[in-house]
Design a protein around this ligand. Structure first.
Ligand code: ADP
Ligand code: ADP
Ligand code: MG
Length: 461
């Protein structure tokens, strides 16, 4: 087993990884940028090393500095968290060649699933449906128009290297396709250093449903059920829950089983190890389509932990150390219902503009069934360089109603002053009658923000 792990990340996920290590009696090394000197992960780790200036290109993305820090502190392994270098196969290779274990899938699996157009082909081979679309990268505007003619509008132009909802455009006709094709390429080049795009049929009113998978290095692989992440703004998740209200419908009785098996077929085909997520979209008729594999621990992993009782970050560490999975598929049982709300330092009344700055007062909610994964505290200054998520509030209930009521109660206790947060907006979602009934798709937030319902949110300000 590892004795010491370096956490190549910041914020709440760095805290989460340090917690898992401590419970396994493993020492931790935090790395931080100059802008993160007062960050909580620096305080709670056993050792901490500054790796550069605020911008992530000067710190959290610097492979040379991370490896130097790992060698100086003599760690056995590096946990990359999510974002930053977590899905970078080159980084995984560099770690391994320096005799430092990378806590994540092997680089061969990462490479096989790296490009989203390539993963579509892998899914097809595994006999898993994908939205109709291009065979691979679409090289020219003319090719894009030809594919659109074949599959019919609306379509989506998507970056092969995309993530975090960026680099995608919906097109309803030839004119918007030509425009979207070029803007998606430019955005992708800027955000991911790769302008490659592919095309998919745009599925209307879809549900985003993903399956958590977990594999060891001896060929054992299981899934830990689904998460419904359809509450999104601009293709970015805001609220996630499990079990999915859609899959709970009587008419979709066998869908969960089918999707779970499909997720495992893809994982097996890629010889996947460690934790990962297979993402799907599902239409109103219960047709499901493969989207992509996230080759890392996911932001919303805690809700799976709450209903299964399995600590996913500890499992990542154990299988990376070469241990055999101690859980088989039949050992996985689901209990109750769990919801996660992402708390962002953004102003929901100013088009979700980031609101960095100093947190003045801070009171964290608690009580039965409430879990808070956060690095925030009173007096903490949120730096402007990174994403705006300052915490994840997670509730568990014996059923959906109890989990939702607890979330609403916990949100009402959560006091943060000095910066704006998305809490009032989250509360409005939780009060919405359609949300309460579990009737929503990925266009829920857009609908909520337009028309009469907007007033409801404004009133709550
Ligand atoms: P999740 O499904 O885990 O919520 P997200 O797509 O919301 O994943 O991304 C989680 C975090 O990782 C966010 O901070 C996001 O900005 C970042 N991220 C995701 N994909 C990429 C990528 N390809 N490049 C850089 N950052 C990314
Ligand atoms: P990212 O890498 O940014 O996470 P995904 O391919 O996972 O990109 O898509 C993110 C979100 O965009 C999905 O959850 C869904 O809401 C929307 N989306 C993606 N592809 C489609 C599609 N073909 N039809 C409809 N919505 C889509
Ligand atoms: Mg995705």
């Amino acid at each position: 087993m590892f004795e010491k792990i370096l956490v190549a990340n910041r914020g709440e996920i760095a805290m989460r990884i340090i917690r898992a290590c401590r419970e396994l009696n493993i020492k931790t090394v935090a790395v931080y940028s100059k802008a993160d000197a007062n960050s909580m992960h620096v305080q709670v780790a056993d050792e901490a090393i500054c790796i550069g200036d605020g911008p992530s290109s000067e710190s959290y993305l610097r492979i040379d500095r991370l490896i130097s820090a790992a060698e100086i502190t003599d760690v056995d392994a590096i946990h990359p968290g999510y974002g930053f270098l977590s899905e970078n196969a080159h980084f995984a290779d560099v770690c391994e060649s320096c005799n430092i274990r990378f806590i994540g899938p092997r680089s061969a699996a990462m490479n096989a699933l790296h490009d989203k157009a390539l993963s579509r082909n892998l899914a097809k081979k595994a006999d898993v449906p994908t939205p109709p679309g291009s065979e691979g990268i679409v090289e020219t505007e003319q090719e894009a128009l030809t594919i659109a003619k074949r599959i019919g509008y609306p379509i989506m132009v998507k970056a092969v290297a995309g993530g975090g909802g960026r680099g995608m455009r919906v097109a309803h006709n030839d004119v918007s396709l030509v425009k979207g094709y070029h803007t998606a390429r430019t955005e992708a080049e800027k955000a991911f250093g790769n302008s490659g795009v592919y095309i998919e049929k745009f599925i209307e009113n879809p549900h985003h449903i993903e399956f958590q998978i977990l594999g060891d290095t001896r060929g054992n692989i299981i899934h830990l059920g689904e998460r419904d992440c359809s509450i999104q703004r601009r293709n970015q998740k805001l609220i996630e829950e499990t079990p999915s209200p859609l899959l709970a419908r009587k008419e979709f009785k066998d869908l969960r089983k089918k999707m779970g098996r499909a997720a495992l077929r893809i994982a097996e085909m890629a010889h996947y190890t460690n934790a990962g997520t297979v993402e799907f979209i599902v239409d109103d008729q219960g047709n499901f389509f493969f989207l992509e594999v996230n080759k890392r621990i996911q932001v919303e992993h805690p809700i799976t932990e709450e209903v299964t009782g399995i600590d996913l970050v500890q499992q990542q560490i154990l299988v990376a150390a070469g241990e055999k999975l101690s859980i088989s598929q039949s050992d996985v049982h689901f209990r109750g219902h769990s919801i996660e709300v992402r708390i962002n330092a953004e102003d929901p009344f100013q088009d979700f503009r980031p609101s960095p700055g100093r947190i003045e007062m801070y009171y964290a909610p608690g009580g039965a069934g409430v879990r808070l994964d956060s690095h925030a505290y009173a007096g903490y200054t949120i730096p402007p360089y990174y994403d705006s998520m300052i915490g994840k509030l997670i509730t568990w209930g014996k059923d959906r109603t109890e989990a939702v009521n607890r979330m609403s109660r916990a949100l009402s206790e959560y006091m943060i002053t000095g910066v704006k947060t998305t809490i009032p907006f989250d509360q409005a979602i939780l009060q919405d009658p359609d949300f309460r009934r579990g009737h929503y798709s990925t266009n829920f937030v857009e609908k909520l923000m337009s028309g009469a319902r907007r007033e409801l949110i404004q009133d709550k300000a």
